[in-house]
Design a protein around this ligand. Structure first.
Ligand SMILES: [Zn+2]
Length: 134
């Protein structure tokens, strides 16, 4: 039975161990380092957890736009317990700046309004490729 791909959910958190790797730079995230946890939909009842450094280098424009497409504003992106307000605010500003760059880059580049969702997941109802999960 076909199903619709669902958007990922995102959370700001501090790495509890030093074992996870950033999905973008592939470096290990040191324990205590701020990161974005991504719960990516695979199929109904099945999701996978991915991580990214919360540094501007790894919060790229496409990623920030995907996050803001889910939460509308960066202030609504949830932070885990134990993340200070200052740290969460810093990550949210990074997200906002990166998404703004993306929006500006798209102006004039795309002639038609293409929903982000269809760009990311391809044909409605197909399973997203692992590489396309961000
Ligand atoms: Zn990284």
């Amino acid at each position: 039975m076909p199903f619709s791909a669902r958007p990922s959910t995102y959370r700001i958190e501090a790495a509890p161990t030093g074992r996870a790797r950033c999905r973008r730079c592939k470096q290990c995230l040191p324990k205590g380092e701020l990161r974005m946890a991504i719960t990516a939909f695979v199929r109904p009842g099945r999701s996978t957890l991915l991580y990214r450094c919360a540094r501007p280098a790894c919060i790229d424009a496409a990623f920030a736009s995907a996050v803001l497409a889910v939460y509308c504003t960066a202030s609504r992106v949830p932070a885990a317990q134990g993340v200070s307000d200052e740290d969460a605010a810093r990550v949210r500003v990074t997200l906002e700046n990166a998404a703004l760059c993306d929006a500006l880059a798209r102006k004039g580049v795309l002639t038609a309004q293409v929903p982000l969702q269809s760009l990311r997941y391809g044909v409605h109802g197909t399973r997203p490729k692992r590489e396309s999960l961000i």
